[in-house]
Design a protein around this ligand. Structure first.
Ligand code: FMN
Length: 230
């Protein structure tokens, strides 16, 4: 089997209401790094471009998954869910498909009050089907964050995202990437630039390590799967 031209597809999700901010800049850099390995193609999407309503807890996705499992057998994994199975028809329909089409997912969110922005949590809640249908089980994932301060919620934001991605069945392959958008993470914006993250060397090193691990593990899973399925 020839794996020489094998590449993984990485979906970068910018979970911020701000376009052209530090989060977008850093996520773009991460995707460029991934592409520079020659082993990845990438796509960046903004959650803000999608209408995403709150999960209403109707359990419809769950009931559909259980019905399909009952027909296909409870040992079948992933559960062969063929159609969008959420009762709410909005931007999540396209987002589910993009996640299913990717080999790797990067979730980027700024630190908001020592946590993640509400729209990111809403997006995660609306992915509940994946917890039960295992359709993301052979994909890798990592989390990225940016805050004003080096130590004011970045660990909590990363922890929330890593745990959530893992609960969705993804293989979270690294601690993640944290950076600051103020000079030396002291909380004082750099007047000359909106993109202070560009000057965060520590953040760039952390991102570099995390991205290389994501591509490497993503490639191993994809190649391994191809071998096993042959
Ligand atoms: C509502 C709100 C809450 C924030 N809370 C924190 C915080 O708790 N800790 C922190 O380090 N930065 C905090 N920030 C700063 C952002 O994380 C920071 O500005 C980040 O660079 C935003 O990304 P952007 O440049 O893409 O907009 C907060 C910003 C907003 C708007």
């Amino acid at each position: 089997m020839d794996t020489k031209n094998l590449k993984i597809k990485i979906l970068g999700i910018a979970g911020t209401p701000i376009k052209n901010g530090n989060c977008q800049y850093q996520l773009q850099e991460a995707l460029k790094l991934a592409e520079s390995t020659g082993q990845a193609i990438t796509e960046l999407i903004h959650l803000g471009d999608y209408k995403i309503k709150f999960c209403i807890g109707c359990d419809k996705c769950l009931r559909k998954v259980h019905k399909i499992q009952a027909e296909a057998g409870f040992n079948v994994s992933p559960v062969p869910v063929k159609e969008y199975n959420c009762s709410i028809k909005d931007g999540m329909q396209e987002l589910h498909q993009k996640m299913l089409d990717a080999d790797a997912i990067i979730l980027m969110a700024p630190v908001y009050i020592a946590s993640i922005p509400g729209q990111v949590k809403t997006f995660i809640d609306r992915c509940r089907t994946f917890v039960h249908d295992f359709r993301l089980q052979d994909k890798v994932a990592m989390a990225m964050t940016i805050g004003f301060f080096r130590n004011a919620g970045q660990d909590t934001a990363l922890d929330l995202m890593r745990t959530s991605l893992s609960a969705l069945g993804l293989n979270v392959v690294s601690y993640g990437s944290a950076a600051v958008s103020t000079k030396e993470g002291l909380g004082i914006p750099i007047r000359e630039t909106r993109f202070a993250v560009k000057e965060d060397f520590a953040g760039a090193v952390m991102m570099d390590l995390a991205i290389k691990k994501l591509v490497r593990t993503g490639m191993h899973i994809k190649a391994g799967k191809m071998v096993l399925e042959k």
